[in-house]
Design a protein around this ligand. Structure first.
Ligand code: APR
Ligand code: ZN
Ligand code: ZN
Length: 368
């Protein structure tokens, strides 16, 4: 009976409790978690920004060891170390065949359902279902996930770093490398320098951006942004962040602007900060009631601006996870620098509360 962090009601503290875990069905695997990052989307479930079926085992950024295979799983083995993908990617549907695995038909439906590919969870308590966040649920000692939601990594790859790849790194780095069309020498703005935004910054650097302007309201986050490659910083609480970006970009605006918070106001700012002919990429997850007002339609044509949503960093997890792991092993991708606190499962409420503090990029739960 694994111990898990369960959201039982919006606005209530997360409860640490024992839950029942059923055996993996066909095409599924049981995983003993090694580590799980605490992401803003977990907080968004607890405060109601992301409405999901409750009660739910939180967590979707995890890595662990396979302990049991369901029927028919022949590409993985007990003992394999894996990164968990919160959009399981089948490799065979309309979207996967078009290299848009982040939109995978079966994976996306599962991720929204609170269950696995058959839409039912493997956790329960007193005979009642306990749902799994994003087809995973990683704030738990053990979980069961679809085998297509697992990507094998080397056994000597540190679990805490591997966990971060599963959401923050794939999402943030992928936004810059897969979704945006950054050219060498480009100027880029990243609004929001949390666990995801820092990865957009290092992705932009990797893609060849020359000027990387980090925008946040917390000075500590801006200092961390410099470690990840920001060349300029703007504290948005000083006002007129848009004007400052124009000053830094020859009065034109940035080639590419990323919003990595999930607020209507900052999405609109990202669009305003984008130069004529440039791209605004929306990475942050807003609440469902946010609607955008961008510009007069005529200006959209004349200015040739693009705005693009970016889900899960536009990632094919089966190829991007190994690529990111390699970049870390080569010393190109920073992962250790994202880990500000190593905590136990019992400390998850503190981690959710501390997320906005300047000292924290990511808190990572480590399981013994
Ligand atoms: N202007 C500038 N920065 C802001 C503002 C604002 N109005 N509001 C918040 N921020 C900054 C915070 O200070 C913080 O550094 O945005 C950052 C958000 O970081 P985290 O809370 O660590 O969130 P993260 O896990 O990075 O996720 C960001 O991506 O995956 C989604 O659901 C996730 O929408 C969330 C977003
Ligand atoms: Zn996440
Ligand atoms: Zn698919």
């Amino acid at each position: 009976m694994p111990k898990a962090a369960v959201c039982t009601a919006v606005g209530a503290p997360v409860e640490i409790m024992d839950v029942d875990l059923a055996s993996p069905k066909a095409g599924e695997i049981r995983v003993q978690l090694g580590a799980s990052g605490v992401c803003h989307s977990d907080l968004s479930v607890t405060n109601g920004t992301l409405p999901v079926a409750l009660p739910v085992v939180l967590g979707h950024e995890g890595a662990g060891t396979i302990t049991e295979l369901g029927e028919g799983v022949d590409n993985l083995a007990v003992g394999d170390h894996i990164v968990i993908s919160w959009v399981p990617q089948c490799g065979a549907c309309f979207f996967c065949e078009r290299d848009q695995g982040e939109l995978c038909e079966s994976g996306s439906a599962a991720a929204m359902s609170g269950g696995l590919l058959d839409m039912t969870p493997r956790f329960s308590r007193d005979g009642l279902p306990v749902f799994q966040m994003a087809a995973s649920g990683t704030f738990t000692e053990e979980t069961v996930i679809p085998a297509i939601g697992a990507v094998k990594i080397d056994k000597d790859f540190p679990m805490a770093d591997a966990a971060l790849i599963g959401c923050g790194v794939l999402t943030g780095f992928g936004a810059a490398v897969n979704t945006a069309s950054i050219r060498k020498g480009d100027s880029v703005v990243v609004i929001g320098c949390g666990g995801v935004g820092l990865n957009t910054i290092q992705g932009a650097k990797y893609a060849g951006a020359e000027r990387i302007i980090a925008v946040d309201m917390v000075e500590g986050k801006l200092n961390t942004a410099k470690i990840f490659g920001a060349t300029d910083t703007i504290n948005a609480s000083d006002g007129d962040a848009v004007g400052k970006v124009f000053e830094l970009t020859g009065g034109r605006g940035a080639d590419v602007a990323f919003e990595v918070i999930g607020l209507g106001a900052t999405i609109e700012q990202a669009f305003q900060m984008t130069r004529r002919g440039g791209q605004a990429i929306i990475v942050g997850v807003p609440s469902f009631d946010v609607t955008l007002t961008l510009m007069p339609a005529m200006d959209l044509l004349v200015q040739e601006k693009q705005i693009r949503g970016c889900w899960y960093g536009g990632s094919n997890v089966h190829t991007d996870v190994p690529k990111l792991a390699r970049l870390y092993q080569e010393g190109t991708l920073l992962l250790d620098e994202l880990i500000s606190a190593r905590i136990t499962l019992d400390q998850v409420n503190d981690a959710l509360a501390n997320m906005s503090s300047g000292e924290i990029a990511r808190s990572v739960i480590e399981y013994k």
